[in-house]
Design a protein around this ligand. Structure first.
Ligand SMILES: Nc1nc2c(c(=O)[nH]1)N[C@H]1C(S)=C(S)[C@@H](COP(=O)(O)OP(=O)(O)OC[C@H]3O[C@@H](n4cnc5c(=O)[nH]c(N)nc54)[C@H](O)[C@@H]3O)O[C@H]1N2
Ligand SMILES: Nc1nc2c(c(=O)[nH]1)N[C@H]1C(S)=C(S)[C@@H](COP(=O)(O)OP(=O)(O)OC[C@H]3O[C@@H](n4cnc5c(=O)[nH]c(N)nc54)[C@H](O)[C@@H]3O)O[C@H]1N2
Ligand code: SF4
Ligand SMILES: [Mo]
Length: 726
């Protein structure tokens, strides 16, 4: 007997609906795109199609592992939690506890709902995540401009007439900070309706190949290019902001330093192209500027993210259909929020500022290695592989070895978790419910979908239960952590004017919540209190309604809502936040700098997912390989053949070269997440590759956000067997 079930794909930000067939034993026999999902409409990519293989990967851990010296043994859950408790009991000062949250926390309900309470219970400020190896510059820029780090405008993909895209390759990545299932199809539709797509990238990517125009740019220089566009808008009197803003004059003054001829020398983008890009943006009926990874993980990441929205504001495209708009997620509770602040505390060793309650992962090794009060001795990682994903990961590899105790919540024994004393594996993907709390806040259409668990739990706890149990260990408090959170939110809501439940009784409301688990009840509460919720009075959304719509609910196109989103102290868009104007000085200081002879950038492959899906046979091999892309002119100039040695200030790797004229001369590209030699993941070990983060430098950060710099890393390249001084 087979059954057909539906579920959101948890593997990337595109939130595609999947239709799965299960046999009587609960094994996945087929995975297709869910044609009835109103958002993804049947789209699926090779990763989603492999969800069944991933779910049943024989290398996935089914029981907790406890390490004794170099030996691992399977343990029961009670024993594993007791070992964690004993490890934590030995910690004299909670300031020496560290936490690292990896990327899949953005894709699990457990990560969204249980990680923060756990961190609070641990009582430490040593919190790190993949966000500072990724998108922290965007949060900081949004926080400073709009008052909230999650107020991230997204391009209105389905209606825009003109999209200027920098440092993103959604044909491989399926998009990021812009939730858009079938991103490729949406870009094709844009072109079909006569819209224009311009892609700025040091590589002619598949996305660039689809565009009307591709502009090569020297890595790490997007902030200069974007300032050149701002300069042109002012110089040619093309700036037409539709909102009252603070700081317009300051931005105009700052932009005077970046005329097209000057930024052309720094960026490699000809002056006439800079001018034309600005004119086209201003002339388009509607337009949006969108920039991602390639521009975030760079020396001036925050300035680039800020300038993207400066352009959206100046061209009058912010918050209007076809421009850059804010999603209205169904779980957003609109209690008045305080304006954004950052840098409320600093990291102990390097004095790097906190942002969004966390410290830069680029300084995690410093905090573990440097003695003194607050030195991290106990580390908890949840869904992260920083040994491969953080800058200079090799140093972390050594640092983790020196910890007193480490706990990892992860389905795999891998490059990071092998240092743990205890590994707690979450159950199968199909045993977990799914709701995209974070990603639906960046969606190009308002939409909601809940997928209940497709299979019951066996002896394994859910990931939510794992994190809840760790929270109880850390807090010493018995009782249901969900109940605390629910009562807390209800308490806030009943005291908030306009919440729909103002003045009502907390206990009575609590009893009305549906859901089989604490997580479901929390989702129900947020849905009811949200903008479409049955309690907020503007709709009838609840968990029940989502369960009645297993393919998801379309909540309509994006609508202007800046007034609801803005939480700056002034009540206006802050176009020239002081922290960023200060960083413009740093940008100016490097305006005349000569670029290094060779620089390294990253790339993503459609069938890869950061460091952790190289163990799924059908996804690895062929074009999904760890090669160094390099221009044929550089191959000839450097006398390379077969393999090359890449050296940076931090390390060296030997890697097969892939000569291609799709990359700029003077730039090489290595995908990240490889380097699985000796891995316990058997398939990955056969396709080991090398780690790009053996080369990246943790001492280089984007100053305002502390974000890691992965693009524009100075390197030297030489043939194998040749010894060069470095
Ligand atoms: N050089 C370079 N480095 C980069 C990047 C780059 O472009 N270039 N990209 C950066 C970016 S954008 C990111 S987001 C980071 C990612 O950095 P990380 O999040 O540290 O790394 P991942 O490779 O995503 O590792 C995810 C981990 O979660 C585990 N996992 C998978 N599913 C689950 C689950 O459901 N529950 C739990 N508990 N664990 C799970 C996997 O086994 C794996 O160990 O890497 C960054 N590093
Ligand atoms: N298949 C697949 N999909 C994924 C992932 C994956 O690993 N594999 N990872 C997921 C994650 S965690 C994230 S954050 C997203 C990221 O999704 P995207 O933001 O689309 O990131 P990338 O695909 O890495 O594309 C970044 C592009 O920036 C270019 N670039 C590098 N340096 C510069 C620069 O200095 N300036 C400019 N303008 N461009 C530059 C690179 O050549 C590359 O084409 O993808 C997600 N989706
Ligand atoms: S695009 Fe992303 S969400 Fe969609 S099927 Fe592929 S991995 Fe899953
Ligand atoms: Mo990411």
């Amino acid at each position: 007997m087979t059954s057909t079930v539906h579920r959101t794909c948890p593997l990337c930000e595109a939130v595609c609906g999947l239709t799965l067939t299960l046999d009587a034993g609960g094994h996945v026999t087929s995975v297709r795109g869910d044609k009835d999902d109103p958002f993804s409409k049947g789209f699926i990519c090779p990763k989603g199609a492999s969800l069944g293989r991933l779910d049943e990967d024989p290398d996935r851990l089914r029981k907790p592992l406890i390490r004794e010296g170099d030996l691992w043994r399977e343990a029961g859950w009670d024993e594993a939690f007791a070992a964690v408790r004993a490890g934590l009991d030995r910690v004299a000062d909670r300031a020496s506890v560290g936490v690292y949250l990896g990327n899949p926390n953005a894709h699990t309900m457990a990560g969204a709902l249980y990680a923060r309470p756990l961190i609070r219970a641990l009582g430490t400020r040593n919190v790190f995540s993949a966000s500072t190896a990724d998108q922290m510059p965007k949060h900081v820029a949004s926080g400073l401009m709009f008052g909230h780090p999650m107020a991230v405008p997204v391009p209105d993909l389905d209606r825009t007439d003109h999209l200027l895209m920098l440092g993103a390759n959604p044909l491989e990545s399926n998009g990021s900070l812009c939730t858009a299932p079938d991103f490729p199809g949406r870009l094709k539709a844009l072109r079909r309706r006569g819209g224009r797509l311009v892609v700025v990238d040091p590589r002619r990517t598949r996305t660039a190949a689809l565009a009307d125009e591709h502009v090569f740019i020297r890595p790490g220089t997007d902030a200069y290019l974007l300032f050149g566009l701002v300069h042109t808008l002012f110089a040619e009197d093309l700036a037409r902001p539709r909102h009252e803003v603070n700081g317009l004059a300051e931005v105009r003054e700052a932009a005077k330093h970046f005329p097209p001829e000057v930024v052309a020398r720094r960026t490699g983008v000809p002056a006439e192209v800079v001018t034309r890009l600005a004119r086209e943006l201003a002339a388009a009926r509607t337009a949006a500027v969108y920039a991602r990874m390639g521009t975030c993980t760079a020396e001036f990441g925050t300035l680039a993210q800020w300038l993207v929205d400066v352009l959206n504001v100046l061209t009058g495209n912010l918050d209007r259909p076809g421009g850059a708009m804010f999603a209205k997620p169904a779980t957003e509770f609109a209690a008045r929020r305080r304006p954004y602040t950052m840098g409320r505390w600093k990291s102990r060793v390097r004095g790097l500022p906190e942002a969004n309650g966390e410290l830069p992962v680029a300084t995690l090794a410093d905090e573990i290695e440097t003695p003194g009060a607050g030195q991290i001795r106990f580390l908890l990682t949840i869904a992260g592989n920083p040994v491969l994903s953080a800058p200079h990961g090799d140093r972390l590899d050594a640092a983790f070895r020196g910890l007193d105790f480490m706990v990892s919540v992860d389905p795999y024994l891998n490059e990071t978790t092998r240092h743990a004393n205890v590994i707690l594996p979450p159950p199968r993907v199909l045993q977990s419910g799914h709701y995209d709390f974070t990603l639906l806040g960046f969606a190009v259409r308002n939409y909601a979908r809940y997928s209940p668990p497709l299979l019951p739990l066996d002896e394994r706890p859910s990931e939510a239960q794992i994190l809840a149990r760790l929270t109880m260990i850390a807090s010493g408090r018995e009782g249901d952590p969900d109940a605390f959170v629910i009562d807390d939110l209800l308490d806030k809501a009943t005291r908030t004017p306009g919440s729909g439940v103002e003045g009502r009784d907390v206990a009575e409301l609590r009893d009305l919540l549906d859901g089989e688990t604490g997580g479901e009840r929390r989702l129900d509460l947020m849905l009811r209190l949200g903008p479409y919720g049955e309690w907020a009075g503007k709709g009838d959304l609840s968990l029940r309604k989502l369960l009645d719509h297993p393919h998801g609910l379309d909540l309509g196109p994006l609508e202007p809502r800046l007034d609801e989103v803005l939480t700056t102290a002034s009540g206006l868009i802050e176009l020239a936040p002081p922290q960023l104007m200060e960083d413009v000085e740093r940008l100016l200081g490097k305006l005349a700098e000569e670029p290094p002879e060779m620089v390294l950038i990253g790339r993503r492959h459609l069938r890869s997912n950061n460091s952790w899906m190289h163990n799924v046979g059908p996804l690895v091999g062929g074009s999904n390989a760890c090669t160094l892309q390099i221009h044929p002119a550089d191959v000839a100039r450097l006398g390379l053949a077969g393999q090359a040695v890449v050296r940076s200030a931090k390390g060296q790797v030997t890697v097969p070269i892939e000569a291609t004229d799709t990359i700029m001369p003077g730039v090489v590209s290595l995908p990240h997440g490889w380097g699985h030699a000796g891995s316990a993941q058997s398939v990955a070990a056969e396709h080991a590759g090398v780690s790009a983060n053996a080369l990246t430098d943790e001492s280089a950060v984007d100053i305002p956000s502390g974000n890691a710099v992965f693009n524009g890393v100075p390197v030297t390249i030489s043939p194998t067997g040749v010894i060069t001084a470095h």
